[in-house]
Design a protein around this ligand. Structure first.
Ligand code: PLP
Length: 380
């Protein structure tokens, strides 16, 4: 049996998305910047895709910029805002995705900004009082806090964070890569300046995403050398990627509540079966709280065992693809900075299972069976 439980890393592309993309890989091949019929035809597909996205997110088409994915969109937003508004203080957290964390650490290393981390509790939840204190000290800062953590699944209250930012006239960027396509975002109401998406996290193609820039917080371009994306990002557009991204988002919104229900059931079942069958099992972050975490992610903390170093390897041997996240560095080249920040005990194992609409209950049962076999007889 082959079971794919690494959907937070990437998802399988939906066949309907492939179908929508195909004409732009074959007959509709014109350069969207060309003014002739072949070009205009493709240009209109890009603008239709932008309109679809803007309508779903309830913002203006002029606020959506296509990028090569989440990492580029995060870089554009952070570097763009810091340069455009001469921002000196950035407030973020130690458990952000490396697209944000390494970018900010790099800028701090070059002494372009001063970086401040907000306090987290032992489950990785943001201390909003500390955020307020930091903003009182550094008003007009840039705040970058993710909507959901890709490793432990924690959901952050971005509306509340956005309101706090507005009170202190701070800019607010959120890495929403793990929530776009899984939750709705109403940008006509949400107090946010920059938000990012990556199509391959919601059954779209890889190498395409977008950046939302609130019209009140316009930034300088990051990639120069062409007038594409209204002078914000030079370079010929990834047309079939853009078409695929819009189609994937459309499908995600159309079936969101069904998929949410279906996937939540799988996650709930996995939690219950692990609690019932593996002594000493627990869950990292808030991932076991269904209302406080992504329904697509469960980060399991396994009892201390010699099996832990080889856990992912053994799961892979049994046909299960999951992802790591060990606070220690054995087995993997580097440990997880998220689990390290949460002071996850080194002797315990950690594995992230992440689900999609393509997973089934029998795949979850098979995974539980394999984990029981590995951890049989191991007490905490
Ligand atoms: N931010 C988060 C939270 C992610 O999970 C990822 C992907 O792993 C990224 C950013 C990067 O996205 P992309 O792969 O599109 O560059």
């Amino acid at each position: 049996m082959r079971v794919y439980l690494d959907n937070a890393a990437t998802t399988a592309i939906d066949p309907t998305v492939v179908e929508a993309m195909l004409p732009y890989m074959t007959t509709a091949f014109g350069n969207p910047s060309s003014t002739h019929w072949h070009g205009r035809n493709v240009r209109s597909a890009i603008e239709k895709a932008r309109k679809t996205i803007a309508e779903l997110l309830q913002c203006s088409t002029s606020e959506i910029f296509f990028t090569s994915g989440g990492t580029e969109a995060d870089n554009c937003a952070l570097r763009g805002a810091i340069a455009t508004f001469s921002i000196q203080h950035v407030i973020s957290s130690s458990i952000e995705h490396s697209a944000v964390l390494q970018t900010l650490q790099h800028l701090a290393g070059e002494e372009k900004i001063q970086l401040h981390f907000v306090d987290l509790d032992e489950q990785g939840q943001i201390d909003l009082q500390h955020l307020t204190l930091l903003l009182q000290k550094y008003p007009n800062a840039l705040v970058s806090l993710m909507h959901a953590n890709n490793e432990i699944g924690n959901l952050n209250p971005i509306e509340e964070i956005g309101n706090i930012c507005r009170t202190y006239k701070a800019f607010f960027h959120s890495d929403t890569v793990q929530t776009i396509g899984h939750f709705t975002h109403n940008l006509s109401q949400l107090p946010i300046d920059y938000l990012v998406a990556s199509a391959h996290k919601f059954h779209g193609p890889k190498g395409i995403g977008f950046l939302y820039v609130n019209r009140k917080a316009k930034i300088h371009p990051l990639i120069t050398g062409g007038a594409q994306e209204r002078n914000m990002r030079g370079g010929t557009e990834n047309v079939y990627g853009i078409v695929g991204l819009a189609k994937a988002l459309e499908i995600a919104y159309e079936h969101m509540s069904d998929h949410r229900q279906q996937i939540s059931q799988l996650k709930k079942h996995l939690i219950e079966q692990l609690q019932k069958n593996i002594e000493g099992v627990s869950f990292n972050g808030t991932s076991a709280h269904l209302d406080k975490s992504l329904y697509t992610v469960l980060n399991v903390c396994l009892p201390a065992s010699e099996e832990n170093d080889m856990l992912l390897f053994n799961l892979d041997l049994q046909g299960i693809s999951a992802s790591g996240g060990s606070a220690c560095s054995s087995g993997a080249a580097v440990g997880s900075h998220v689990l390290a920040a949460l002071q996850h005990p080194k002797e315990k194992g950690a594995v992230r299972f992440s689900f999609s609409k393509f997973n089934t209950l029998s795949e979850i049962d098979y995974t539980v069976e394999q984990l029981i076999a590995l951890y049989k007889g191991i007490a905490t």
